[in-house]
Design a protein around this ligand. Sequence first.
Ligand code: NAD
Ligand code: DAU
Length: 364
Amino acid sequence: MSAWDTSLGWSLMTILVTGGSGFIGSNFVHDWLAQIDEQIVNLDLLTYAGNQENLSSLDEDPRYTFIHGDIGDIELVSNLFALHQPRAIINFAAESHVDRSIHTPEAFVQTNIVGTYRLLDCALRYWNELSGDEKTNFRFLHVSTDEVYGSLDPNEAAFTETHRYEPNSPYSASKASSDHLVRSYHRTYGLPVLTTNSSNNYGPYQFPEKLIPLIIHNALAGKTLPIYGDGQQIRDWIYVGDNCSAIRRVLEAGRAGETYNIGGLNEKTNLDVVTILCDILDNAQPKADGTAYKSQISYVQDRAGHDRRYAIDAKKIIGDLNWRPVESFDTGIQKTVAWYLDQQDWVANVTSGAYREWVEKQYA
Ligand code: NAD
Ligand code: DAU
């Protein structure tokens, strides 16, 4: 598809993506360029979670531009808007790990709140100078999380877009704050914003501090598989490619000012997820000593303030925008394990140095 072929009348042919070198962002950039012939500028600070290797296959692609920098750098961001004249911005950049937010909340306040505020403000100044279709069709899409809604009891209905905000960790509080700022820039200044609140993503390029890649990595390394508390916490898993297709759909057809919940319709306990991973690995890469990977499971101290259950009601995006996830948990998790088995060099590169220090601190 060409950007010119859409019914939206886009005249600007560039999108600005922030945090495109992280997990969801790099999947989004790959999927976008595979499907849409349009320039992408990726602004990323390359924190521990950002990895240029994720997008190295695009080094020679004239449609892709990488800019190393901070979303909170007003001068840099203003210059990027002026130079590249994007028709949309998709804000993935964030500190994203709940456990790290418990140890070091400051970084979450800086990037997720202050950084988002500055990005919004630069976008507003740029948008105010546009006119005609360019102004009407501009979008600021903010990528957020279901964690802003807090924790559900076992029998409570899944999160809808109107569920009250009740964040419980410094991470989710910082994302909730950024969502409110985004909303306010629409209500107060008219900036055409969109917000997506998605459930837990999994798939290629996820940093092995998060549950699924951490379990695969530890299992293969013969290490313990740490389960916080009783392992009965529930997450609603979505394959990252499905979240990316939902974000593209919201960008294309979402109504300015609206929020859209995105979920994969896959609620699972953490213990079930770990057990499924162990079973897949038993088949794909049996252990030399003949024991099952499950024998490496170890129950460890629970996360402080641990949310018990998340579940997404995705009726709005399904009904209004005709989007649906393609992957079931069974198909998505098989693909994911196959990717990690095939990409052990990538895993080795990202788990050197600072990663080891994090693991020692978190699982001491
Ligand atoms: P990630 O941690 O893998 O990647 C974050 C990226 O942002 C990295 O490339 C990092 O270098 C970059 N970054 C951090 N601070 C920056 C700054 N100040 N300026 C520019 N770049 C910066 O995160 P992810 O899992 O890919 O999540 C992406 C977004 O989606 C986040 O906003 C997160 O809150 C949201 N989200 C994630 C999930 C999930 O399951 N991973 C689910 C729902 C929502
Ligand atoms: O719900 C969306 C959110 O999902 C995103 O906003 C976050 O950016 C993303 O990190 C993720 O948050 P979680 O805290 O749910 O993901 P994580 O992979 O860290 O943990 C998933 C569950 O597994 C959670 O209940 C904690 C548990 N867990 C995690 C780790 C790392 C363990 O039991 N052991 C572990 O070692």
